[in-house]
Ligand binder design. Structure first.
Ligand SMILES: [Zn+2]
Ligand SMILES: [Zn+2]
Length: 383
């Protein structure tokens, strides 16, 4: 493998993108900067894939398998708190999940692969829009990503604060949770607070519903299954002497098992219906299935772990890490082709989606090296 990429340039790229964060499907400047960077490296660049997505193709010296490597590009609607020299210049928008760093690592891998002297196949670097809840992966898939570029296998990586910087963790099977949205509207006639028997009570019904939903994970699912149901919003009423006619509850359900995901949806539906009956109110549920579980193909996960051990040393690799209840639209790629998604430690510091968070520049090099080596190993193994 070739030497490390130009880390000073990658760091400068990362800081530039961090200073100019863009929300889902609005990553226009980010995409332009990435496309220019890739062209400079000698990759064949296609823009506008699935909206703002950018794809770079790096061809080996002869024909062979085509491996995809993916980074996400979008930022979050968060106000950055720390006065960094490269702090966000876009008010209320922040790279608080490290996607700026993911792009830097993938550009570093692209640089190493463009400089690689000989390999029999192709590497497609995929810069995806809108990971944060808007399913940019689906937009790219719907735009023909896999067929247009011939991608047979795909890998991705996410930084994790709290894991030592540069350590790598992966597992065969479910690495990340499914995530679904619950949106519940409770309705009753409403009326004077002195006459609940005429008005109905959406607040008491809603309170019972919140409590009953907590029994899904605590009492109904197999305790060995990791899952969470959280009600995050409960809005009802305007004053002290009126029973309101509506209450709205919103929340999320996540789990590390496709079967449990179906069970949770069924139980939420049943509990809404039984609460309506018990309280004499109407309960309307919208249960929206968002991202599926991110399930690593075992052979690809083993390959990622083996390459990680080569790059950072076996003592810094967890080849059977726990899955976590975060979700990723990388899951949609893995529903169509084999691949794996890995974690890379970001070191100490604030968690992702926190206003104090920052990506750790010290892991750009190791992340780049890992991704480039993984693509070449996958090419060699599939040949
Ligand atoms: Zn995120
Ligand atoms: Zn993220």
């Amino acid at each position: 493998m070739t030497s490390l990429p130009d880390l000073d340039r990658l760091r400068a790229f990362r800081h530039d993108v961090h200073a100019h964060p863009e929300l889902a499907f609005a990553e226009h400047r980010t995409a332009d900067v990435i496309a220019d960077y890739l062209r400079g490296l000698g990759a064949e660049v296609t823009t506008g894939v699935g909206g703002t997505g950018v794809v770079g193709v790096i061809r080996g010296t002869s024909a062979g398998p085509t491996i995809g490597l993916r980074a996400d590009m979008d930022a979050l609607p968060i106000v950055e708190r720390q006065p960094r020299p490269y702090a966000s210049t876009s008010s209320g928008v922040m790279h608080a999940c490290g996607h700026d760093g993911h792009c830097a690592m993938l550009l570093g891998a692209a640089e190493m692969l463009c400089a690689a002297t000989e390999f029999a196949g192709n590497v497609v670097v995929v810069f995806q829009p809108a990971e944060e809840g808007a399913a940019g992966a689906v937009a790219m898939l719907d735009d023909g990503l896999l067929a247009r570029f011939g991608i047979e296998e795909i890998y991705g990586i996410h930084n994790i604060p709290g894991i030592d910087a540069g350590d790598i963790a992966v597992r065969a099977g479910t690495q990340l949770a499914s995530f679904d949205d619950l949106d519940i509207t409770i309705t009753a006639p409403g009326g004077h607070a002195m006459a609940p028997h005429l008005a109905g009570d959406v607040i008491v019904a809603g309170s019972a519903l919140v409590t009953a939903l907590q029994t899904i994970v605590a009492r109904r699912l197999d305790p060995a299954v990791r899952a969470v149901v959280s009600i995050t919003q409960f809005v009802a009423g305007d004053t002290n002497n009126v029973l309101p006619p509506t209450a709205r509850l919103r929340g999320t359900a996540r789990c590390l098992s496709a079967d449990a995901r179906d069970e949770i949806q069924r139980m939420v539906t049943d509990i809404c219906a039984s609460t309506a009956t018990a309280h004499g109110v109407d309960v309307a549920l919208t249960y929206e299935r968002r991202y599926p579980c991110t399930v690593n193909e075992p052979g690809c996960a083993a390959r990622a772990a083996a390459v990680a051990a080569d790059v950072v040393g076996a003592d810094r690799v967890d080849a059977n890490c726990d899955g976590i209840l975060a979700a990723e639209d990388f899951a949609f790629f893995l529903q169509q082709i084999p691949g794996a998604y890995a974690f890379i430690g970001n070191g100490a510091g604030a968690p992702v989606h926190n206003p104090d968070y920052d990506f750790n520049d010290d892991i750009i090099g190791v992340g780049a090296k890992f991704l480039a080596a993984l693509a070449l190993r996958a090419i060699a193994d599939r040949a």
